[in-house]
Write a protein that binds this ligand. Structure first.
Ligand SMILES: [Zn+2]
Ligand SMILES: [Zn+2]
Length: 268
């Protein structure tokens, strides 16, 4: 499977990156077609995402998987809603089933409010088939299996452990933390993963309240404990010292580690 970083900026979009969004693609060995899902669809991500979809068509997505409902992880579902409802395929009258959208509980109401849709209407339920994550109950989308793992954040939030076909044959595991501080769930989420896509919002010396985010050092600790093969650090705030965050990760984890950079493609 292929991971394309669409947006890696933490908490708010940055000058060179939208907020969180990762495109995951894989060819289904069963039917040969390419499946495309996004992990999070945060502020600003729907713009550059179009560069990475066939024909620039946002509706080419097969599913949307949201780690949690903070704005920097979900707000551009409002843009995809418009594309599904009013885009070229809709103009051509092509029928399509609602796009599966998996998220914490309350997503249908939350996203309808985000778009300011009438409270007594269908909201986005004609465009999205909403499903609520249940901790550690995997969901299948084409050749992918996504297991949500409850993590530690001020709202209901999940890391996503995604298994899919490896490019060299067999299966590969991508572990995406979403937003979280260090917690027991991360050991299950990341165990022996081929790639840990971990938030590392800032450096460890900042006097930031615990229970919300990982520092570079704590992200490196998670990677080392879980014996992952490689790390991509992401969700750095635009004001974080990126070199220092990456140095912290590398000080705790001795495998390959880099920053998630918008536009970068990683093969698993
Ligand atoms: Zn965030
Ligand atoms: Zn958050």
């Amino acid at each position: 499977m292929r991971l394309t970083v669409i947006g890696s900026s933490g908490s708010v979009p940055g000058p060179d990156s939208p907020a969180s969004c990762y495109l995951l693609e894989a060819d289904d060995p069963a039917d040969g077609r390419t499946w495309r899902v996004v992990l999070d669809l945060g502020s600003g991500a729907s713009g550059p995402l179009q560069r990475h979809l066939p024909g620039g068509d946002l509706t080419a997505l097969d599913a949307v998987l949201l780690s949690h409902l903070h704005a920097d992880h979900c707000l551009d579902t409002t843009a995809l809603y418009v594309a599904i409802k009013y885009g070229p395929a809709a103009h051509r009258g092509e029928p399509r089933d609602p796009v599966p959208l998996w998220a914490p509980t309350g997503a249908a109401e939350r996203l309808a409010r985000a778009y300011d849709l009438p409270e007594d209407g269908p909201g986005m339920t004609e465009q999205y088939a909403f499903g609520a994550w249940v901790d550690r109950q995997p969901v299948a989308v084409g050749p992918f299996t996504a297991e949500p793992v409850l993590v530690e954040h001020p709202v209901e939030a999940y890391g996503l452990r995604v298994t899919g076909p490896a490019e060299g044959g067999g299966t590969a595991v991508l572990a995406y933390t979403g937003d979280t501080d260090d917690c027991p769930g991360l050991d299950h989420l990341a165990a022996d993963a081929d790639l840990l896509l971990t938030e590392a919002s800032f450096t460890d010396d900042l006097p930031f309240e615990r229970g919300i985010h990982l520092s570079g050092a704590r992200a490196g600790d998670v990677a080392a404990r879980a014996r992952v093969r490689a790390v991509l650090a992401t969700h750095l705030t635009p004001w974080a010292d990126a070199d220092a965050v990456l140095a912290e990760v590398r000080s705790r984890f001795d495998g390959p580690a880099d920053l998630a950079r918008p536009g970068a493609v990683h093969h698993l």
